[in-house]
Design a protein around this ligand. Structure first.
Ligand SMILES: [Zn+2]
Length: 819
């Protein structure tokens, strides 16, 4: 029945059988415990079954309703599978005690993958009849497969949604006399297909259903990558319970959550994002095609702030003493992989003065006040969409909050806080309607392995963007803001096509940032050209130093987007540790979009892009969806030899440098800012050759002031020099005050220090390795490769100081370099 998966060691399997059954909504109810570093509680999944949704269609009509009703009508109702004996109502007060019934799985850290078989456990905690059933592996029961790893699953049960008072309003029968599986499933089916304007009522029903009593435990089993659930006698997805509750707990070492301390030394936890996304946080359907909504109630000690992908700016509710609860929800269906949570003692950062203008611009628009006059018909499944809400479409700056540890208050006030409104506004001017109604920005702990990460309603930024002037902070913020459109509102249907989010965000970050700085068109073009120079160097370098098969943006070619019969698939190289450090998807994707924008002219290109966003927001796409629509919108005379096939061949399906890009760069792009750098480089080289006796003061006057990106380029040029003497390096540092520049500039400075063994500045390298862990991995390699004992000491000392806190996969890579 299934195409067998054949993942290589580096490939990431997506196991969920989304072709048979789809999660439409998750209700999470969790307690975060920092002592044990465990998150525990329940997740309730609401399903839709049927086969017609497996091919994504542009139709807004829900396929479930008719199909399931038919099933309900033609099948004889049968007596309830098991009488409702479990009357516990899972309130927060009773929950924590419940976990003592099964200590077995909780602290399990044995085994390579930390997983173990739960059939015995299931039978151990439930009635003895399951013991007989466990042998029944070859039964014809339908098997629900969820993506899951590093979790202790304690219990899986069917939820008796028919027990919720008032729920009969959702069904056609006036009174629920005979409660059957069909009836329960019919209720869920009606619930998940409620029209968009009843979203509030729907969320309320979801919440109440999630607390309904259980009506029978389900059999479950776990392996390395999945949780499998079945119900004896339920042979098809349609028969399988459409609302199930899973009690589980995470593990301290689980790969989806990082337990650490923030820059003020207080404990915190946050989700990591890729490569395994949330499957060590909750069991879910990982394939992007499983678009769902969610709501979550999370409890933690009252001193903590809970931030999450939710469209409401949640405020805490005080519970019993010392504990508070946070509730978030989304109404826009998105892949479960985009869900993010962070819990810590963060402080909300506010500007020192707050102008009344800003406040007016940030008036919050909740979907409740949305007037849903159609501004245009959307192609996605139904939800309360901002693109259909006239007041949302004109909102330039969405409401936002900035959180950080209190010790970073000054840094946030100096740079980040002022940048958020102009960057949001710039994005709106380029792309139009913000897909999300609000935004939280969090400065994550120092061990976060990247400069930023975007999730619905929340952006993580590394502390490394807060140093230097506003340039790095602004560009990175623009990059993450761009992901709201490309990566989140429009997602890749196949994760191997990472360029669809990273290429777009990289291209758009320059465009947004130029607008945010209010550059005139010439300045904007100059700065973007300079960026292209830098990225060109980077791409060449990466192509030279990485395996060829990792340089292909669409490695599955015409099989891209294909899944097995059940819906499972593998993400090629998804677990390859090298991939994290590669930027080829960002860079080649960026150059392709730049090439297309140049071919069309900026005005035409961005007008097209807005049209594309309007057509595809809320949906998943493949490369050809974008390229086809683009080519259809190009006038014949500009299209020339461009075709989807040619673009696939030249840009997406080949390794190395794309031919058209090679030709363009060889033609030699004109860039005044880069030329200026070359002149300065010459001065430094001349100075380096000069004998010692020359007067020092000369250096202070000769050199031009350079932009941060120019400094990066200058230092990269100087890195090509065989020797630079300590005197030159010292003047260089003084001339540009390199130690006070942004992390990109300081990174090159550290490379120079290492290359020329400039011992006097080793402290700068040490500082970088500790404070800029998002970028520091490469420098460890540089320190080790020279085989200089003093440099190796620096590397080992810094690793000793940071390894406990360091991101796990980074630590692994560094450890391999060092020992
Ligand atoms: Zn829409």
């Amino acid at each position: 029945m299934d195409t067998k998966l054949d993942p290589s060691r580096d490939d990431l399997p997506l196991m969920a059988n989304t072709s048979h059954i789809l999660v439409k909504h998750y209700v999470l109810d969790l307690d975060v415990d920092f002592e044990s570093q465990i998150i525990e509680g329940t997740i309730v999944l609401f399903f839709e079954s049927g086969n017609r949704f497996q091919k994504q269609s542009g139709s807004t009509k829900e396929p479930c309703r008719s199909e399931s009703n038919e099933a309900c009508r033609f099948r004889m109702p049968e007596p309830c599978h098991s009488p409702v004996t479990d009357t516990r109502t899972f309130s927060s007060k009773t929950r924590s005690n419940d976990f003592t019934i099964c200590g077995k799985g909780e602290k399990d850290t044995s085994g390579k993958d930390g997983n173990h078989d739960n059939w015995e456990q299931a039978s151990g905690i439930s009635s003895s009849k399951y013991c007989c059933d466990t042998g029944n592996h070859g039964s014809e029961d339908f098997l629900l497969v969820l993506d899951c790893c590093d979790l202790s699953v304690l219990k899986v049960e069917e939820v008796d949604v028919a027990a919720v008072p008032g729920i009969e309003k959702l069904t056609r029968s006036p009174k629920l006399t005979v409660v059957s599986e069909e009836l329960r499933n019919q209720i869920v089916c009606e619930l998940v297909t409620l029209p968009a304007d009843r979203w509030r009522e729907q969320l309320d029903y979801y919440a109440r259903c999630s607390q309904a009593p259980g009506c029978g435990e389900l059999l479950f089993d776990t392996d390395t990558w999945s949780l499998q659930i079945r119900k004896t006698g339920a042979q098809t997805a349609t028969d399988f319970p459409h609302a199930i509750r899973i009690r589980y707990s995470t593990k301290p070492q689980g790969r989806s959550v990082t337990w650490t301390s923030d820059q003020s030394g207080r404990p915190c936890v946050y989700t990591m994002g890729s490569p395994i996304n949330n499957r060590a946080l909750f069991p879910c359907q990982e394939p992007p095609v499983a678009m769902s909504t969610w709501q979550a109630t999370v409890r933690a000690a009252a001193s903590f702030v809970v931030l999450m992908s939710g469209e409401n700016s949640a405020k805490p509710t005080q519970l019993r003493e010392g504990c508070s609860s946070w509730h978030y929800y989304v109404t826009m269906p998105m892949p479960a992989s985009t869900f993010t949570i962070a819990v810590g003692s963060w402080t909300e950062m506010k500007p020192e003065t707050c102008s009344s203008n800003d406040l007016a611009a940030e008036r919050s628009l909740s979907p409740s006040e949305a007037d849903f006059r159609y501004v245009g018909i959307c192609g996605h499944m139904e939800y309360p969409c901002r693109f259909q809400n006239p007041s949302a479409t004109t909102q330039e700056i969405i409401p936002h909050r900035v959180f950080a540890p209190v010790c970073l208050k000054a840094a946030c006030q100096e740079t980040l806080l002022q940048l958020v409104p102009p960057c949001l506004s710039a994005a709106h001017r380029v792309l139009g309607t913000h897909p999300f109604s609000r935004l939280d920005i969090l400065i994550v702990p120092g061990n976060f392995p990247s400069l930023g990460m975007a999730s619905p309603h929340i952006i993580f930024l590394s502390q490394s963007v807060l140093t230097g002037n506003s340039h790095l902070c602004g560009t990175r913020l623009c990059h993450e803001i761009a992901h709201a459109w490309f990566g989140l509102a429009i997602g890749a249907r196949d994760w191997t096509e990472e360029w669809l989010s990273e290429g777009f965000a990289t291209h758009l970050e320059d465009v947004f940032w130029a607008k945010a700085q209010q550059l005139d068109p010439h300045e904007a073009q100059e700065q973007q050209e300079l960026k292209a120079c830098l990225r060109w160097c980077r791409l060449q370098d990466e192509v030279r130093n990485s395996p060829e098969e990792m340089q292909v943006l669409r490695p599955n070619k015409e099989k891209t987007g294909h899944v097995s019969d059940s819906g499972s698939s593998v993400v090629k190289h998804g677990l390859n540790p090298e991939k994290v450090f590669m930027q080829v998807h960002y860079l080649k994707g960026y150059f392709l979009l730049r090439f297309l924008a140049q071919r069309l002219g900026d005005d035409t290109y961005f007008a097209f892009l807005r049209k594309f966003v309007h057509t595809f927001h809320g949906q998943l796409i493949l490369s050809q969806d974008f390229l086809q629509m683009l080519l259809e919108n190009i006038p014949e005379e500009k299209r020339l030899e461009l075709s989807v096939e040619n673009i696939f061949r030249d840009w997406l399906e080949s390794s190395g440098i794309p031919q058209p890009l090679q030709r363009e760069r060889q033609a030699g792009a004109e860039c005044g800012l880069a030329r200026q750098v070359s002149v300065e480089v010459e001065k430094w080289i001349r100075m380096n050759r000069r004998p010692r006796k020359r007067k020092r003061r000369e250096t202070e006057q000769v050199f031009e002031k350079l932009l941060p990106d120019q400094l990066v380029l200058l230092l990269e040029h100087l890195l090509e020099q065989k020797t630079l003497n300590p005197r030159t390096l010292q003047s260089l540092e003084r001339a540009y005050r390199l130690t006070q520049q942004d992390a990109e500039v300081r990174h090159r400075w550290c490379e120079l220090i290492i290359k020329h063994k400039y011992t006097k500045a080793y402290k700068d390298v040490e500082r970088f390795l500790q404070e800029d862990q998002a970028m520091g991995i490469y420098l460890y390699g540089e320190l080790m490769v020279s085989e200089d004992s003093r440099q190796q000491q620096v590397a080992r000392r810094c690793f000793e100081l940071t390894k406990e806190q360091m991101d796990r996969s980074s630590a692994q890579v560094v450890a391999e370099m060092l020992f």
